[in-house]
Ligand binder design. Structure first.
Ligand SMILES: O=c1ccn([C@H]2C[C@H](O)[C@@H](COP(=O)(O)OP(=O)(O)OP(=O)(O)O)O2)c(=O)[nH]1
Ligand SMILES: [Mg+2]
Length: 151
């Protein structure tokens, strides 16, 4: 039960393996850095960068791609996705890129082929607005931001 998604690989990703589900029920597929072999990128603490994946995809209408951090990389190094979750629109035909930031205290080197993030494809609802005078009441009402207590 999977969705076939058209993909093209740019020349700088030609020898990189395609993103795959690491286990049968992994939600995401890992995205690899398509940086030049001889030009790894060192992220100093607090620095951010946009990393190419060398991939272009055509998601079906009604789907989006979510670019999410990898927990292992985040916990080990402090490198995470700056705009998490990044949004890949179904009508985007450019290269998928990953905005990374180093929230750790040590420099981290991003090398070609490194798995830097994961892409989750999800369905979304298109919306249009129905402006009304009053909204249907609910038990929660206007309570939020901790209104139900902390334990
Ligand atoms: O992590 C990301 C986020 C976005 N994109 C690409 C695909 C997406 O469809 C497009 C626009 O993203 P978004 O809407 O988040 O950016 P924006 O700043 O609102 O740009 P735009 O005005 O082009 O929508 O950029 C990526 O490759 N990686
Ligand atoms: Mg936008």
């Amino acid at each position: 039960m999977s969705t076939r998604i058209p993909l093209t690989r740019l020349s700088h990703a030609a020898d990189l393996s395609l993103p795959e589900h690491a286990t049968p029920h992994s939600a995401g597929v890992d995205l690899r850095a398509a940086l030049p072999e001889d030009a790894p990128h060192t992220l100093e603490p607090g620095a951010r960068t946009l990393v190419p994946t060398g991939l272009k995809i055509a998601l079906p209408a009604g789907c989006e791609g979510q670019v999410r951090p990898r927990s292992g990389l985040a916990v080990r190094t402090g490198v995470t996705v700056l705009n998490a979750p990044g949004t890949i629109d179904a009508d985007y035909r450019g290269e998928v890129k990953v905005a990374l930031i180093n929230l750790g205290q040590e420099p981290v080197t991003i090398e070609r082929g490194m798995r830097i993030a994961q892409l989750v494809v999800a369905r979304y609802e298109s919306v249009d607005w129905n402006e009304v005078d009053t909204l249907e009441p609910t038990t929660r009402g206007t309570g939020g931001f901790g209104s139900t207590g902390t334990s």
